[in-house]
Design a protein around this ligand. Sequence first.
Ligand code: HEM
Length: 102
Amino acid sequence: MNTLPPESNNDQHSALDNQQSTPNNQLPTYSRAQLALRNGQDRDEIWVGYNGLIYDVTRSRLWRRGNHYEHWAGQDLTKELQKDAPHTEHVFDKFPAIGRLR
Ligand code: HEM
């Protein structure tokens, strides 16, 4: 779908062409407003902020339409995971961090 370009100006991928993934500190940064657009309602992409990183959970069946056990995507859910979730942050292991939250 139509994706906003990251606000950071980067051509950092050039040095990483032979690697599988981008180191987290070189991921593009996104604002809270950009994250909020990926709440599962406004666009097809579904993103969740956690611990400074943004994860793409679009392919998760458990985050369909952006809702996950009464939590909404498109925002920083760091505190909510610590407070409410019956699982650890390892649930993010199978999802790529696609950016950093500014
Ligand atoms: C009331 C709060 C919550 C409940 C009851 C809940 C429940 C669950 C359950 C049952 C699963 C699947 C089994 C497992 O991996 O343990 C799961 C997976 C997951 N949860 Fe939560 N969760 C909660 C809050 C959160 C929050 C706040 C986040 C984000 C910070 C989160 C992120 C995830 C992710 C990314 C997965 C993996 C989804 C997948 O594998 O498709 N959860 N959750």
